[in-house]
Design a binder for this molecule. Sequence first.
Ligand code: NAD
Length: 337
Amino acid sequence: MSAGRDAFEFAGLPARVVFGAGSIKRLPDELDRLGLRRVVVISTPGQRELADDVAARLGENGLGTYSKAVMHVPVAVSAAAVAHLREVAADGCVTVGGGSATGLGKAVALETGLPLVALPTTYAGSEMTPVWGLTDEHGKRTGRDPRVAPRTVVYDPDLTAGLPVEISVTSAVNAMAHAVEAGYAPDGSPIVDLMAAEATRCLLGGIDALLGRPDSAAARVDLLRGAWLAGNCLGATTMGLHHKLCHLIGGLYDLNHAWTHTVLLPYVMDFNLGSGGELTALLERHGFHRSLADLGMPAAGIEAVADAAVAAPYANPKPVDRDAVRAIMAAAYRGSY
Ligand code: NAD
């Protein structure tokens, strides 16, 4: 994977990272470091209880919770959150949850410039990137803006202890996809290759350990460490065909993000690296086998995504034409090569 890394550029991302079991307790000090005094805690509805607990830890610096985040950040959801934060005169926000909560925080930061602190509870990795996404009736738009990158990320593995096994595994595969595509990214570097290799080791080991013992605290540490490293890979490089397809499918059909990555990754790895079958075998051994049809994508999505994928150029190690995308989409739709 490191071939072709004789010349490179690398810009370290400025986020401060606090990692470790129980590190949620350090959140008030971390907000102090940033001088934040009027903070709203953002989450999805499902994480409301945890968000309330986090808000309670902030004492008089907390302005309560805003628990209306949903996947892929619809523009109306973002606009309502921005209005709420302006109304209460917040000076920052804390996101608690997976990529949906972080994504809403980023959309708010994009509009308002308010600083963000993230407490991730899945392995999606959004907290380590300056990438925002917003969805409207035309699909999902994304962009990079340093203002949306969280200033501080508090990784507390204890917060992931209750993440259901199915979400944990699919979310870990989502993280693996970042490491896989960073490995062949045109703007990779030796340090990204190191992070990608270590992320893959932590994530595969963590998945195995978690499936063997779903209450394993050590597995949670490995998975979250892998997620952090994979998030760094995502933030530092340009992703290829796999992320392009997941992005298109997610925006057009509102499918579950982590499951879409889990279904598609083996087929794209097979195309780009000739090695996707191993991941399929691992997932199937543990009963994690679905197709895009199972996830709810209509059959017409095969052609629609093939059209959209070739409409705008993007990085990929192997040239991609419409027939190739169509074949990948058709196989993923069926759930077999
Ligand atoms: P998510 O945030 O929607 O979380 C999935 C589900 O798990 C939600 O229902 C949530 O409430 C629940 N959940 C989260 N943590 C939990 C916990 N500890 N215990 C119990 N339940 C918990 O999904 P996700 O896969 O983390 O994120 C997907 C979104 O993030 C997508 O919109 C995707 O596009 C975006 N994303 C963006 C970037 C980026 O760099 N901008 C990177 C990765 C993902």
